[in-house]
Ligand binder design. Structure first.
Ligand code: ADP
Ligand code: MG
Length: 319
């Protein structure tokens, strides 16, 4: 891309929440601002950046509001794909406005745009037959039964806490808005895209995309984007400065650098990287490195992004 160094930077949904007990919009805006400062540094250093972000906690809040509003005031419920779209809009707004402000303050004439992004999944993905991702509040047995019968939900029983809806987490196949994203990037516009892994859509066979009640792993979808764009660098910005071996145990050891083969070996061991948090990040990076021969990947937290890019910290993944 015009000889510039290109990067996809995936921002963790959890890393945008400063205080778990008090997750206000203002706090999230402030976290977004801090992360955007570090991304603006990258842009200033000549990186052509495309931003993606998670939305797990945020969709949790949207769903909770929807549930309460339905119970208390008889309001309509918000379907999961629409929760995803809402979160892309709200998080995109926080990131877009902050980054735009920071760039203008620094005299960088660059535009920032958020793309509502759909991610195509295979309607026959095995995940649809085996929904595993719990979402929404816990329910009583009666509520669960009603949901199964009336709404066709899949529900699991949690030994102590009650019943909970589960949805499939299919593998992302294609970013529907890819051409739009590429067009914007080629005009030097910083795009915020594939929020929350993108809104999952299927093609029922007639070419008319349709949203589905599923969740897409944002790390997998960010990897797909990084692979498709063949960017030079794939950054996963999360809540830890580095990845560790034996994470959270007395044997914990921070990792500075891994080859793709080493990362694969450690992932297979199955004890180092927690399922649902670090493991999908490592898998995403492996897929990216296998598809982009010149690629490098980095996991660190927003505040250390600058130092990590200088090679001073973070966990680096190399071919
Ligand atoms: P995000 O919203 O950025 O996707 P996650 O909570 O899903 O954040 O994943 C990042 C978290 O993974 C870290 O904050 C850390 O608590 C956890 N984690 C699990 N295994 C490891 C590991 N081996 N090294 C570092 N962090 C790990
Ligand atoms: Mg995560």
């Amino acid at each position: 891309m015009r000889g510039k160094r290109t990067a996809v930077v995936a921002i963790g949904g959890n890393s945008l929440i400063k205080d778990e007990k008090n997750p206000t919009v203002e706090h999230q805006y402030e976290s977004a601002r801090e992360t955007c400062m570090h991304i603006a540094d990258m842009i200033e250093q000549g990186w052509e950046v495309t931003i993606t972000h998670g939305n797990g906690p945020q969709v949790g809040f949207i769903l909770r509001r929807s549930e309460i509003a339905a119970k208390v005031a008889g309001m309509h419920e918000v379907p999961l794909d629409v929760c995803g779209a809402d979160s892309q809009g709200a998080l995109g707004y926080a990131l877009q406005q902050n980054l735009q402000n920071i760039l203008y303050q620094r005299g960088i004439r660059k535009n920032v745009a958020t793309i509502i992004t759909q991610t195509l999944v295979d309607k026959d993905d095995p995940a649809f037959r085996n929904p595993t991702k719990p979402i929404g509040s816990f329910m009583t047995k009666e509520e669960a039964q009603k949901r199964i019968e009336e709404n066709g939900w899949s529900v699991i029983e949690d030994a102590n806490r009650g019943y909970r809806r589960v949805v499939p987490s299919p593998i992302p196949k294609e970013i529907v808005e890819l051409e739009t994203i590429q067009t914007l990037i080629s005009h030097g516009i910083v795009t915020i895209t594939t929020g929350g892994g993108g809104i999952p859509v299927i093609d029922p066979g007639d070419g008319n995309y349709r949203g589905v009640a599923a969740v897409i792993d944002k790390d997998y979808a960010s990897s797909l984007l990084a692979r498709t764009l063949q960017v030079d660098l794939f950054v996963i910005s999360t809540a830890v400065e580095k990845v560790a071996l034996f994470y959270g145990t007395p044997k914990q050891k921070w990792i500075d650098r891994l080859s793709c083969a080493e990362a694969k070996g450690l992932l297979t061991e199955g004890i180092h990287f927690a399922k649902g948090s670090m493991a999908p990040k490592i898998q995403s990076i492996i897929w990216y490195l296998e598809a982009v021969p010149h690629g490098k990947a980095l996991i660190t937290n927003p505040e250390n992004l600058g130092r990590a890019l200088k090679g001073e910290t973070g966990t680096w993944f190399v071919p």
